[in-house]
Design a protein around this ligand. Structure first.
Ligand code: UDX
Ligand code: ADP
Length: 464
């Protein structure tokens, strides 16, 4: 089966970059990315590619090359579905905020809407691919909806989990560790559909890196991969607290541990806590699935990864308050970095949101600088928590475009995202413009302690 037309529903952090790279690598395939969010699509179509709504190093260049040739962004969802041989579903699946599974299970509302729309519109056979992170057995639900509401059209459902990390999405897509495709390996049609997707990826990914499995293995692998990664971060963060008590240095410990080839050096960086749209959501999902099968020990085991992460964010903020003589009321605190990691404008579950919220509850005055996150996003993240009125958030938090401005007259600075530019700041000038004692809290182990202490800062870093 030769694929000529691909449609992707959802032009977000996953759909946008993934389709841009597919379009670049398969110039003969027409790729249309659709979204119901008009403003988002308008930005993807902005003549100045620097204004696309997802910030990822290298992405604007690819969009510039492929857009209008074989890459299109549109709000006409029905037309794109109708024309496509292959449909990627890449819509958001946040944790449920209501009803059964509230706070744990993934909300499949948007997925279901997509499935119903695909069933309604389709006039020819299609391969439907779940690309969002989804709980195990979503593919089965998709199949149910498509088969029972469709008009005799045949659908093959594949699971193709995305492993890209934000901030390095383009590189991860161009050069993946592996591509995972789950499908109905027991049927001829299932295998054909899987082959069609394998062939798309094989345009640039070596065949031995493309794994095919049954659907459920594919879905569970995604959750498990993220749970393992998050678990490493929580493990090193647990040790960071012990380091602070004992005089060990968590970076030294991480290096020594990571040099064991069985452990490996990646994902051992202590931090103020992991964020992002996947880790927490996927582990909550895993916990929910385990509980629903009455596997209490399995559920409790993985839940501890999240408990540790929440503790790390809280303890960082609590330490700030304690260090500053047990009160930050009316004190100016500069937050450097709001994104959940560097090189992205995504703020979902960012530790900065929770640290800021804690400090606001202690009545601090907050100034925020982030090179890529808008003021609108920062306020919306705080409003979403519902800890105080929207007005109160705007009164207590000021968002500025210049790190120096954020730090001027501040009692303390908290570095919460590891943006490279924070290393290059003129820290002497920052210090000169602050109130004394000038407190500097490094939640990312980004800055050199010795030089900051020489300048005169009261310097605190995670795990040191
Ligand atoms: C993750 C997975 O890495 C990716 O494979 C999956 O597709 C989606 O979820 P992402 O959330 O984009 O990707 O970023 P990642 O690099 O994994 O970082 C997640 C969080 O962990 C960030 O807040 C990051 O700062 C933090 N982290 C990561 C640490 O605190 N220490 C580390 O050593 C690594
Ligand atoms: P992710 O990180 O998974 O890509 P995002 O929230 O960045 O998540 O992107 C998901 C996108 O899916 C959003 O832009 C949202 O508007 C879009 N979306 C959600 N439901 C639908 C739908 N039924 N039809 C089209 N687009 C949708």
């Amino acid at each position: 089966m030769k694929i000529k037309n691909i449609c992707c529903i959802g032009a977000g952090y996953v759909g946008g970059p993934t389709m841009a790279v597919i379009a670049q690598k398969c110039p003969k395939v027409k790729v249309t990315v659709v979204d119901i969010n008009e403003q988002r699509i308008q930005l993807w179509n902005d003549p100045d590619v620097n204004n696309i709504p997802v910030y990822e190093p290298g992405l604007s260049e690819i969009v510039e090359e492929a857009r209008g040739r074989n890459l299109f962004f549109s709000t006409d969802v029905e037309k794109a579905i109708d024309e496509a041989d292959m449909i990627f579903i890449s819509v958001n699946t946040p944790t449920k905020t209501y009803g059964i599974g509230k706070g744990m299970a993934a909300d499949l509302k948007w997925i279901e809407l997509c499935a119903r729309q695909i069933a309604e519109v389709s006039k020819s056979d299609k391969i439907v691919i779940e690309k969002s992170t989804l709980p195990v057995r979503t593919a089965a639900a998709l199949k149910d909806i498509l088969d029972s509401t469709g008009n005799g059209v045949k659908f093959q459902i594949l699971s193709n989990p995305e492993f890209l990390a934000e901030g390095t999405a383009v590189e991860d897509l161009r050069n993946p560790d592996r591509v995972l495709i789950g499908g109905d390996i027991d049927s001829e049609e299932g295998r054909e559909a899987m082959d069609a997707l394998v062939n798309i990826y094989a345009s640039w990914v070596p065949k031995e890196k493309i794994l095919t499995t049954n659907v459920w293995s594919s879905e569970l692998s995604k959750l498990t991969a993220n749970a393992f990664l998050a678990q490493r971060v929580s493990s090193i963060n647990a040790i960071s607290e012990l380091c602070e008590k004992t005089g060990a240095d968590v970076n030294e410990v991480a290096k020594a541990v990571g040099m064991d080839s069985r452990v490996g050096p990646k994902f051992l960086k202590a931090s103020v806590g992991f964020g992002g749209s996947c880790f927490q959501k996927d582990i909550l999902n895993l916990v929910y699935i385990a509980r629903s099968f009455n596997l209490q020990e399995v559920a409790d085991y993985w839940e501890q990864v999240i408990i540790m992460n929440d503790h790390q964010k809280r303890r960082f903020a609590a330490n700030m308050v304690r260090t500053m003589y047990n009160t930050v009321a009316d004190k100016k605190i500069a937050i450097l970095g709001w994104a959940f990691k560097k090189d992205t404008n995504d703020t979902r579950e960012s530790a900065a949101i929770y640290v800021a919220d804690y400090l606001l509850n202690e009545q601090a005055e907050i100034l925020v600088y982030d090179p890529k996150v808008t003021a609108e996003q920062i306020y919306s993240d705080l409003d979403y928590l519902g800890s105080r009125s929207n007005d109160a958030n705007r009164q207590a938090v000021t968002v500025v475009n210049d790190p120096m401005q954020a730090c001027k007259g501040a009692h303390a600075i908290a570095v919460l995202t590891e943006w490279d530019e924070f290393r290059q700041l003129d820290w002497q000038e920052v210090y000169d413009n602050m109130l004394k004692p000038a407190f500097l809290f490094d939640g990312r182990r980004l800055l050199r302690p010795d030089t900051k202490r020489e300048i005169g800062f009261e310097f605190y870093a995670i795990g040191n």
